[in-house]
Design a protein around this ligand. Structure first.
Ligand code: UD1
Length: 421
């Protein structure tokens, strides 16, 4: 296993180019199952989760050629519809093949993903949506066995809870269904907007893109003629590096970002007393004379993203005063708290609310352990200001979603090195 050693950085400086969004790329790769042609995709992030999904697609019979951030993929040769446990257990987002496989082949088996570090994360809403479209679902020996021998039928799907993956699976299933699907209480994340836009460019009719009501006219089994496209920039990676600028109180420019995708994040940085400058593709954060505390409630887009909660907790340890963070989406997304406390942070947990008593420059380096993807990046941020040299273990979590983190941080002046345990 690998670990990172990070030394306290005084000031960082320069700019960081943001990679393609992992969470956009995953459903977009899954939706290539609906294509009748081979597709070139650019700005693909070179991270482990993407390679995991590509292995799954390959196992199903797809073929692709990839060089770092570009891929040409063809799924026409898929001849197997079983997503097996060995892959699904390593990445929950594998569930995203359920909708498109079922829509194209009328049957598939997908291993149940099970729980994960940040919470139970059921897939009941995905299954309910497939059932609404006429699928029969059986859970047997740890597998979701889905069939729709006569094809999926357009339906009204009302989500009890806003679900990103559930919305994506439903959109992809509805694409080839017979008739109109009406999704109510759909998620509105930019990643879903891009999925819908790519499908519209492939000839599908979708109304209400970017709203909580989507209306999709299915093609009744006809595969789609995809156009080539580039993945949108990763808003969570962008937010994470803005926090790196904030926590080290440095001037830093983030390039290749869509600023409106992280309005909720930059608004919180402004509340913390940082000046933010935006152009249409860059965001610059400027140093402040005092980091102010902040109150954050995580919620669905366009609210403050749960995927930025851990990074802001690291930043709040450097504020002058008490910050409060309420995690509303996942029941167990505070695994980073005990690790931040090992670095000397003063944090109190009460259910899903964390109270962070910030004092600038009080963290001290030690050994810490990454527990999930975003928790890992919070530890990286804290290590940038902890006195001494912090070792972060189990960084395979980071590699799932951050492309070349060491390279990007080193280029702006941080001291980050990777070692074997
Ligand atoms: C996606 C993101 C993840 C992000 C999350 C919330 C990807 C690959 N991952 O995850 O980074 O943190 O959105 O913004 O895009 N739920 C159910 N039943 C279901 C589905 C979800 O109860 O069938 C619950 C979940 O447990 C959670 C909430 O709904 O409490 C939201 O989850 P969801 O939006 O589905 O998250 P993911 O798509 O898994």
């Amino acid at each position: 296993m690998k670990y990172l050693k990070i030394s306290r950085s005084n000031k960082l400086q320069g700019s960081i180019k943001i990679s393609g969004a992992k969470n956009a790329a995953l459903p977009l790769l899954a939706c290539t199952i609906l294509a009748k042609n081979s597709i070139n995709i650019g700005n693909l992030p070179d991270v482990v989760d993407i390679n995991t999904l590509l292995s799954l697609l390959e196992k199903l019979g797809s073929s692709y050629t990839k060089n770092k951030n570009n891929i040409t993929i063809s799924t026409l040769s898929i001849n197997n519809t079983k997503a097996t446990y060995d892959i699904v257990k390593t990445m929950r987002a594998s569930i995203l093949v359920l909708g498109p496989l079922l829509a194209r082949f009328g049957h598939c088996e997908v291993s149940l993903p099970g729980g994960c570090a940040i919470g139970q994360r059921p897939v009941d809403l995905h299954l309910k949506a497939m059932e609404a479209m006429g699928a029969q679902i059986e859970i047997k020996s740890g597998y979701i066995q889905a069939t729709a021998p006569a094809g999926l039928k357009g339906a009204k799907i009302v989500f009890d809870k806003v679900t990103v993956g559930g919305t994506e699976n439903s959109v992809m299933a509805a694409a080839l269904a017979q008739g109109t699907t009406h999704i109510i209480n759909a998620a509105k994340e930019p990643e879903i907007v891009q999925l819908c836009e790519v499908l519209v460019n492939a000839g599908l009719s979708i109304k209400g893109i970017g709203t909580s009501e989507l209306i999709i006219e299915g093609t009744d089994g006809e595969l789609l003629d995809f156009k080539d496209f580039d993945i949108i920039p990763d808003r969570i990676e962008a937010g994470t590096y803005l926090c790196a600028g904030a926590i080290t109180n440095s001037k830093l420019t983030i390039e290749n970002v869509i600023p409106e995708h992280i309005d909720a994040v930059t608004a919180k940085l402004e509340e913390m007393n940082f000046e933010i400058q935006k152009t249409n593709r860059t965001i610059t954060i400027l140093p402040t004379n005092e980091i102010k505390p902040v109150n954050i409630i995580t919620t669905e887009y366009p609210g403050f993203p749960t995927d930025m909660q851990a990074q802001f907790m690291a930043l709040a340890t450097q504020a002058n005063g008490t910050s409060i963070i309420d995690e509303k989406l996942f029941e167990n997304r505070f695994m980073h708290v005990s690790e931040l406390m090992r670095l000397g942070a003063d944090i109190h947990l009460n259910g899903n609310t964390a109270t962070i008593n910030g004092t600038p420059n009080k963290l001290n380096a030690t050994d810490v352990m990454a527990t999930d993807l975003r928790a890992s990046s919070a530890l990286v941020l804290a290590a940038l200001v902890a006195e001494g040299e912090t070792s972060i273990h189990r960084i395979y979590h980071l590699d799932r979603g951050y492309e070349d983190l060491e390279g990007k941080l080193t280029a702006i002046g941080a001291k980050v090195e990777r070692f074997n345990e």
